[in-house]
Structures are given as structure tokens and as C-alpha cells.
Ligand binder design. Structure first.
Ligand code: ATP
Ligand code: MG
Length: 280
């Protein structure tokens, strides 16, 4: 087989290997505020992909563009396309996108505070009414803490348990792709470790691909084998996590491994400010 034929074959395999393809999308809020300026991302069928970037970079907007939730904020995909399992979905209503298997876990772990933990989970299963009991057992298998707390009002459990509850609720919908927005936010390191181990198991054992938005870059690069870095509505870098961990910019500005404060150029100062914001 000649080299070009081989390359061609590899390309086809690579394409088939993606469950989600975001092709050069633009997103605007209120018809005029351009927030995503040509973003392309792929998620493989079996993988965890991380989307990294500073505050306001456009990470949550990207997830909402996929799940169809933009519409609630007067946002719209105005160019490009989003393909899920080979079908274009970026003009479909959020309900239909969820029915096709894309479940987003939004920022801020919003549980239904006045429902019990178990009721929260059951609500998550409403899209797939058969087999709810079995899925509940599956969720309790991964989150034994939720089983212990199942009869408590979700408003009264700890922040970490609420995060487990919203992930469990998403699992109840039998997702084919899970979009996770900053699951580590505001949680203690030990809890973060526990939650991320479970996320990795869900990916590995339940074969759920995950697109993970995280500001904790070190953690994200440990959990996800591949990552995209977003700045100001654009993807500025994407690579394997192995390579990104060695990248000097990532080491300086995102992992804080070198003496950034000693640098002088405008670009570096700009980065430095951003890094300070990240760490604050
Ligand atoms: N509903 C909205 N209307 C107008 N502008 C918005 C809206 N939501 C977000 N934006 C703007 O879009 C940009 C990207 O916001 P987004 O929430 O996607 O960033 P992010 O990367 O998730 O940030 P963070 O890390 O703070 O969560 C920001 O400049 C924000 O102010
Ligand atoms: Mg966000």
C-alpha cells in the first residue's frame, strides 16, 4: 500500500472515531455579541477530551452550543456546524439533543434542593422511563455516598455530594456523551480526587465519552488524554496531554511551574495577569 493510500485510510478511521465534531462554529449572543470565533473540536467515541481556558474564554458557551441550551440566553450558532453521531444537531431544540444522548452538567451543581437525592436522580431518568430502577442501582454503585444520603433533601448535602448528585442525575439519562462544566469548582482537593476517579471509571467502564471543561489544568491534563486550549473565543492549541504538559506556555501560564513574574514582554505580562486571575 502506497503512503498516500495509507494516509487516506487513517483519515477515514479518524473521522469515524469521533462521536462529536464541532466544525468551525461561530456563536453570538443577542445577535451581535460574537463570542465564539471559529471553534473546532472533536471528541472520540471512547475518550475524555478537556477544554481549558481562562475566565470568559468561551468554554461554557461551547458546551451550551452543543447541548442547545444557548437559546435560553439568546445565543445562537451563526456559522459552522455541530455533528453528533454523523447527524447535524446545531439547529435542533435542546430537548431533542438530550433525547439523542447528549447530557450537559452545567456549572454550579444545581440540584433540586427540595427533592431528596433519590428524587433528583429519578428526575434525571425521565427521558428514558424504562429501566430506571436498574440505573439507580448503577448510580449507587459508582456513588455509594449518594446511596447513604438517598433520603435526604439535596439542599442539605455537602457541595461534593451535590456534585455527585448532578453527575448521577446525568447518568440516569443514559448519556451517549457527557458534557461536564467545571466539576471541581469550589471543592476540597480530596473530594475532587474522588469525583474525578469516578468520572474516569464512568468513561472506562460505562464507555461514556466526556467533554470536560476545567480551569484546574493540572487535573484536567491528568484525567483527559487530549485537550484543547481556548482563549478569547478561539482554540489556540490542541494536543495530547503528554505534549501539552511539556509545552513551555502551558507550563508557564497554566501550570505555574516557572517564574513568570520575571518576564517582561507585553504578551507575557498579559499572560501573567491572566494567570493571576486564574490563581485567585
Ligand atoms: N448570555 C450572555 N449574553 C451575553 N454575553 C455572554 C452571555 N454568556 C456569556 N457571555 C460572554 O461570552 C464570553 C464567554 O463566556 P463563557 O461563559 O462561555 O466563558 P467561560 O470560558 O465558560 O468562562 P468561566 O471560566 O468564567 O466560566 C464572556 O465574555 C461572557 O461575558
Ligand atoms: Mg464557564
Amino acid at each position: 500500500m502506497g503512503e498516500s493510500a495509507w494516509l487516506e485510510r487513517e483519515t477515514v478511521v479518524a473521522e469515524n472515531n469521533s462521536i462529536l465534531k464541532i466544525n468551525n462554529i461561530e456563536v453570538r449572543y443577542h445577535e451581535v455579541i460574537l463570542v465564539l470565533k471559529g471553534v473546532s473540536i472533536e471528541v472520540p467515541h471512547d475518550g475524555i477530551v478537556a477544554l481549558l481556558g481562562a475566565n470568559g474564554a468561551g468554554k461554557s458557551t461551547t458546551l451550551k452550543a452543543i447541548s442547545g441550551l444557548l437559546i435560553h440566553e439568546e445565543g445562537e450558532v451563526t456559522d459552522g456546524s455541530i455533528e453528533f453521531l454523523g447527524a447535524r444537531i446545531h439547529k435542533l431544540p435542546a430537548e431533542e439533543i438530550a433525547r439523542r444522548g447528549i447530557i450537559q452538567i452545567i456549572e454550579g451543581r444545581r440540584v433540586f434542593e427540595h427533592l431528596t437525592v433519590e428524587e433528583n436522580l429519578i428526575v434525571g431518568g425521565h427521558l428514558r422511563p424504562t429501566g430506571i430502577r436498574e440505573r439507580l442501582q448503577m448510580v449507587y454503585h459508582y456513588f455509594p455516598r449518594l446511596k447513604e444520603r438517598r433520603n435526604l433533601m439535596a439542599g442539605f448535602i455537602s457541595g461534593g455530594e451535590q456534585q455527585m448528585c448532578v453527575i448521577g442525575r446525568a447518568m440516569m439519562a443514559q448519556p451517549k456523551l457527557m458534557l461536564l462544566d467545571e466539576p471541581s469548582m469550589g471543592l476540597a482537593p480530596l473530594l475532587i480526587k474522588e469525583i474525578f476517579e469516578i468520572i474516569q471509571r464512568l468513561n472506562r467502564e460505562e464507555k461514556i465519552p466526556i467533554l470536560l471543561v476545567e480551569q484546574n489544568v493540572k487535573l484536567a491534563l491528568t484525567v483527559a488524554p487530549y485537550a484543547y486550549v481556548m482563549e478569547n473565543g478561539r482554540i489556540v492549541m490542541d494536543d495530547t496531554s503528554e505534549k501539552l504538559k511539556e509545552n513551555p506556555d502551558i507550563r508557564d501560564f497554566y501550570l505555574g511551574l516557572t517564574d513568570v513574574g520575571g518576564r517582561k514582554s507585553f504578551r507575557d505580562v498579559k499572560h501573567y495577569k491572566r494567570r493571576k486571575r486564574w490563581l485567585s
